[in-house]
Design a protein around this ligand. Structure first.
Ligand code: G3H
Ligand code: 13P
Ligand code: ZN
Length: 311
């Protein structure tokens, strides 16, 4: 099976009330861990590459890893540019063979966001590449993204129809209270499901995307802390909220921090139990196995996309 775009994935996910997992990849073990889980669960998959990943690993290597994932799994897999920051960045990804790109122009004015997104859609459409855009701004700090809480803003549902019809975009990321990274909520986690509901009402059948959707599993936080790490105040999106979102219009759930946490917990635990080990195959092997377990559980019980690869 060649790389696919996200069109059929999202159509099936919307109709079936489940979501596709979009997992950030940065190295071979992350790819292998995620792909093994998807193979075990027969789940369609989005492997996403950020500009930070590109800087870290070099796109030549990442593309070959995605190619290997396809050959190894036979699953429908989309290769997606995560948080493309300009038309040129998205054009570059399309030209590299990505089958889906995100243009994140949400920090511009509404009109400018429309203008840039439309330009990306016009280019991507010629090569059958799907385009995701964003309305509203998520709080969070990552390598290439730094939005403070004062700059974060919820999506305004009254803008979504105009945005989608003027740009021709294939999916829309919305801000309803999730944020990037492992420290998502200071108090009780809350999401603005009323905004999601209103977007869904205004855009029937249209796929919505949730960024910043890691759950920051308490057992992984505990393992990291028990093994010497510092993760004070780490908190993610509760799984029952994600399940609710996937039963609504959310068709793509972005997960990076949970992979980082699983990999780090695996390595820390391995070294705590085996302080004399120095072979990366040993500790990376443990981390990869833990990551696979975490992703399998997510695909099956949270995104509920197990068995959907065959549709
Ligand atoms: O949403 C951001 C992703 O977690 C990617 O993060 O830019 O550090 O690779 P990164
Ligand atoms: P998390 O930090 O919650 O994993 O979000 C990742 C993401 O949105 C990538 O685009
Ligand atoms: Zn994101």
């Amino acid at each position: 099976m060649p790389l696919v775009n996200t069109e059929k994935m999202f159509k099936d996910a919307y109709a079936g009330n489940y979501a596709i997992g979009a997992f950030n990849i940065n190295n071979m073990e992350l790819v292998q861990g995620v792909v093994q889980a998807a193979k075990d669960e027969k789940a369609p998959l989005i492997l996403q590459i950020s500009n930070g990943a590109k800087k870290y690993a070099n796109i030549i290597y990442l593309k070959k890893l995605v190619e290997a994932a396809i050959e190894d799994s036979g699953l429908p897999i989309a290769m997606h540019l995560d948080h493309g920051d300009s038309f040129d960045n998205c054009k570059w990804a399309v030209d590299q063979g990505f089958t889906s790109v995100m243009i994140d122009a949400s920090h511009h004015s509404f009109e400018e966001n429309i203008k840039i997104t439309k330009k990306v859609v016009e280019y991507a459409k010629q090569k059958n590449v799907s385009v995701e855009a964003e309305l509203g701004r998520l709080e969070g700090i990552e390598d290439d993204i730094n939005v403070s809480s004062k700059d974060a803003s919820f999506t305004q549902p009254e803008q979504v129809e105009e945005f989608v019809s003027k740009t021709g975009v294939n999916s829309l990321a919305i801000a309803i209270g999730t944020s990037h990274g492992p420290f998502k909520f200071k108090g009780t986690p809350q999401l603005r499901f009323d905004i999601l509901e209103e977007c869904e009402r205004r855009l029937p059948g249209f796929p919505i995307v949730l960024h910043g959707a890691s759950s920051i599993l308490p057992n992984l936080v505990d393992t990291i802390v028990d093994c010497g790490g510092v993760m004070m105040g780490a908190k993610g999106v509760p799984e029952d909220m994600l399940i609710k979102a996937t039963s609504m219009a959310v068709c793509k759930i972005n997960i990076d921090s949970d992979l980082r946490m699983a990999f780090t917990a695996g390595i820390r635990k391995h070294f705590k139990e085996n302080p004399s080990h120095y072979d990366p195959r040993q500790y990376c092997g443990t981390a990869r196995e833990l990551l696979t377990q975490i992703v399998k559980d997510k695909l099956k019980n949270v995104l509920r996309c197990s068995g959907k690869a065959s549709l």
